[in-house]
Design a binder for this molecule. Structure first.
Ligand code: SF4
Length: 214
């Protein structure tokens, strides 16, 4: 069985708890959502079929032990759990970013899951599988991308549904920058004394004019 891979690249982790860490990214092809602000439309269909050993061989080109599997939506492909297992067996630290619409229990619990819960302005919030919030472990993380005040209120309501083992500061809020200023989001979070972490997408600050492979 093969996995359809959109791109493999080495970059700086731009979000969540591994922010700033050099990491290798394996972007898988395909997504079941169409978020209003999507910046990876190129991953919907483009890609080439690779066997898992080919992916591991390619990763060995990089002197890096952190691998993030992303998309698109990586849980759409049947072989993704097997890829995660092989990477863990090879002693990589493995992260997977998922859009929260699919059951994360299919992934090995040693893999760090970053669940991107969709807010209303994405036009895809009805696809969230909120049961995933109870499936998280203490090393897992939750992201909300906030485009307006309604999104912010939604995120506040949803974040408290998570498994108690997930620390406050594993919950990340960032903005859809075209629609909401980071300063406004920071103001709301401080006013509410919100127990969550504000973040900017570091890779977009480092490489503002590059749209893929960062
Ligand atoms: S889940 Fe991610 S890749 Fe899919 S449409 Fe939304 S932003 Fe784009």
């Amino acid at each position: 069985m093969t996995i359809k891979v959109n791109e493999i690249f080495y970059s700086i982790q731009g979000e969540a708890l591994f922010t700033g860490c050099p990491s290798v990214f394996v972007r898988l092809t395909g997504c079941n959502l169409r978020c209003s602000y999507c910046d990876t439309i190129y991953a919907y269909n483009e890609g080439r079929d690779m066997e898992i050993p080919d992916i591991l061989h390619r990763l060995s080109d990089y002197n890096c032990r952190i691998v993030e599997i992303t998309g698109g939506e990586p849980l759409l492909q049947d072989e993704t759990p097997a890829l995660v297992d092989r990477l863990l067996e090879s002693n990589y630290t493995v992260l997977i970013e998922t859009n929260g619409s699919m059951n994360i229990n299919m992934i090995n619990e040693k893999c760090i899951k970053i669940v991107d819960i969709k807010c209303p302005s994405s036009n895809e919030s009805d696809k969230n599988d909120l049961q995933n919030l109870k499936r998280l472990s203490s090393h897992d993380q939750i992201k909300f991308v906030i485009g307006n005040r309604d999104d912010y209120e939604y995120a506040k309501t949803v974040m408290v549904l998570r498994n108690n083992s997930v620390p406050d500061y594993n919950v990340f809020f960032s903005t859809v920058t075209e629609n909401l200023s980071p300063a406004k989001l920071a103001e709301w979070m401080l006013k509410d004394n919100l127990k969550a972490r504000f973040q900017l997408q570091l890779h977009k600050i480092i490489w503002p004019d590059i749209e893929r492979g960062v």
